[in-house]
Design a protein around this ligand. Structure first.
Ligand code: S3P
Length: 436
C-alpha cells in the first residue's frame, strides 16, 4: 500500500518552531565517532530512516551505540582499526550519503563488506566514488551498470592521491577523505566549486589534520581521532520547506530556531533573497565546528531570477522547494548547469517539471536545468516517485493551490524529515495522510 498526502487550500502557516537535526552532520557524527578513540555523546541526531541506516550499520560493525533517556546517543568509538567484519550485507536503505561515504571508509578495512540499498539507491551512479577509490588502491566492485551492490575487499595499502573533482559533490569528496584516513600518505582534492565541508570540519574537531586553502583540501595522515561530544543543529534543508511555505503564504511570519548556517549550505537562502524574500538571521553563533542561528521569515512577493551558478552546489538539495517559490514568483526563473539534479533520489528536474505541469505551472525542461514561469497552482495529483523532497515541496505548494493537491508515494518523507506531517499541520497547512 502506498502512502499519500492530500493538501487542501489553507490560509497560511505560522509559528515559532525547530526542525530536526541536520542529516549530513548526523551521518558524519555517527561515522566519525565510531572510528574515534573514546566515548562521544551526540545531541540532536536526526532520527530519520537514512541516519538510522548508518547507525544500524555501525552496530553491525561492532560499535556500541546507545540511546539515552534525554534522546542523546552515546557512541563507544572503536578507533580507526577497531571495526569488526560482518557476513551480512550492510543495508543503506534510501541513503546515498551512507553508501558513498561508507564505501570510502570500508575501503580501508581489513575485511570484506557489501553495501546494498533500496530500489532507488540501486539505480544511483556509484562509479563516481569507485573511480577515485580505485586510484587509491581500493578493491571495489560495482554491478555491470556501475551501481550497487558495492563489494569491497581488503588491500595491503591505501595510497594518497591528487584528485581533481569531476563533479561538485560532497559525497564523493567525503568518500575520498574517509579512505585517506587509512593512508600514510597525503591526499589532495581540488574542488571546482566548494561543496559542504562538514566532513572536514568534524575530522578537525576530533583532532584530525585537514587543511583547506583556496580550492585545495589536503588530508594529512593522522593515526587517531579523539571522541568529543557533538551537538547537531537543525537542518537548513528541512527548514527551507517552512521558509518557502511562509514566504508564499499571506500575512505570515515564522521563526525557525537553531538552524545550521554553514555557508556551503545556504545557497538557497541567497537565491530566495535575490528573489525578494524577507529572511533575517538572528542569534548567529559558532556551535562546535559549525555556525548556527535563528531564521525569521515574513510573507514576501517574489520575483523570478536567473539563478547564479555560484549558488548551485550550496543549494543542491533545495531546488525542488525553490521551484515552488519560482512558480509563485512574478516572471520567469531560470536554472542552468544543474544536471546533478537528475541523479538524486529521483530525477528532480523531470519529477518537478511533471508535477508543475500537472498543476498548470508553465515550465520548460532542459538537459541541465529548467525555466519556470510564475502562475497559479490549480491542483492535481503528483507522483513523488518516492523522493522525500518532491513530496514535501508539493505539500507546501498546496498552501497556494486553488484546488487540492494529492501527492502519491510519500512514505520516504521520513528519510530526512520525520515529523514533517505533524509539524506542518500544526503550523496551519490543511493536510491529510492516507493510503492509496
Ligand atoms: C550530501 C551531499 C549532497 C546532497 C545529499 C547529502 C552529503 O549529495 O545532495 O543530500 O551529506 O554529503 P552530492 O554529493 O551527490 O551532491
Amino acid at each position: 500500500m502506498l502512502e499519500k498526502y492530500t493538501v487542501n487550500p489553507s490560509v497560511n502557516i505560522s509559528g515559532s518552531i525547530c526542525v530536526p537535526g541536520d542529516k549530513s552532520i548526523s551521518h558524519r557524527s555517527l561515522i566519525l565517532l565510531s572510528i574515534s578513540n573514546g566515548i562521544g555523546v551526540i545531541s540532536g541526531l536526526l532520527e530519520s530512516d537514512d541516519c538510522m541506516a548508518t547507525l544500524k550499520i555501525f552496530k553491525m560493525l561492532g560499535v556500541t551505540i546507545t540511546k539515552n533517556i534525554n534522546n542523546t546517543y552515546t557512541v563507544h568509538g572503536k578507533g580507526l582499526n577497531g571495526l569488526k567484519k560482518t557476513n551480512n550485507d550492510l543495508d543503506c536503505g534510501n541513503s546515498g550519503t551512507s553508501m558513498r561515504l561508507l564505501a570510502g571508509l570500508l575501503a580501508g578495512q581489513k575485511f570484506n563488506s557489501s553495501l546494498v540499498g533500496d530500489e532507488s539507491l540501486f539505480k544511483r551512479p556509484m562509479e563516481r566514488i569507485s573511480s577515485p577509490l580505485k586510484m587509491m588502491g581500493a578493491n571495489i566492485t560495482l554491478s555491470k551498470n556501475n551501481t550497487a551492490p558495492i563489494l569491497i575487499k581488503p588491500v595491503k595499502k591505501i595510497s594518497g592521491i591528487d584528485y581533481k573533482m569531476k563533479i561538485d559533490s560532497a559525497q564523493i569528496k567525503s568518500s575520498i577523505i574517509l579512505a585517506s584516513l587509512y593512508s600514510s600518505e597525503e591526499t589532495n582534492i581540488y574542488e571546482n566549486m566548494p561543496t559542504r565541508d562538514h566532513t572536514e570540519n568534524m575530522i578537525n574537531f576530533l583532532g584530525g589534520n585537514i587543511i583547506k586553502s583556496e580550492n585545495i583540501i589536503t588530508i594529512n595522515p593522522k593515526n587517531k581521532l579523539v571522541s568529543k561530544d557533538i551537538d547537531i543543529p537543525g537542518d537548513i534543508s528541512s527548514a527551507m520547506f517552512i521558509i518557502v511555505g511562509c514566504l508564499i503564504s499571506k500575512e505570515s511570519e515564522v521563526l525557525i530556531k537553531n538552524v545550521g548556517l554553514n555557508k556551503l549550505r545556504t545557497g538557497g537562502i541567497q537565491i530566495l533573497k535575490m528573489m525578494g524574500a524577507s529572511i533575517k538571521i538572528i542569534n548567529k553563533k559558532t556551535y562546535g565546528p559549525e555556525i548556527v542561528g535563528d531564521i525569521v521569515v515574513k510573507s514576501s512577493l517574489l520575483e523570478g531570477i536567473d539563478i547564479p551558478d555560484k549558488y548551485i552546489a550550496s543549494a543542491i538539495d533545495e531546488f525542488p522547494i525553490l521551484f515552488i517559490a519560482a512558480a509563485n514568483a512574478s516572471g520567469k526563473t531560470l536554472l542552468k548547469n544543474a544536471k546533478e539534479l537528475r541523479f538524486k533520489e529521483s530525477d528532480r528536474l523531470l519529477t518537478m517539471s511533471n508535477g508543475l505541469s500537472e498543476c498548470n505551472i508553465r515550465n520548460r525542461l532542459t538537459e541541465d536545468g529548467i525555466e519556470i514561469e510564475g502562475g497559479n497552482f490549480t491542483g492535481g495529483t503528483i507522483d513523488s516517485y518516492g523522493d522525500h523532497r518532491i513530496a514535501m515541496s508539493f505539500a507546501i505548494a498546496g498552501l497556494i493551490s486553488k484546488k487540492p493537491i494529492t501527492i502519491l508515494n510519500t512514505k520516504n518523507v521520513s528519510t530526512s524529515f520525520p515529523g514533517f506531517y505533524n509539524l506542518i499541520k500544526d503550523m496551519g497547512l490543511n493536510i491529510e495522510r492516507g493510503n492509496v
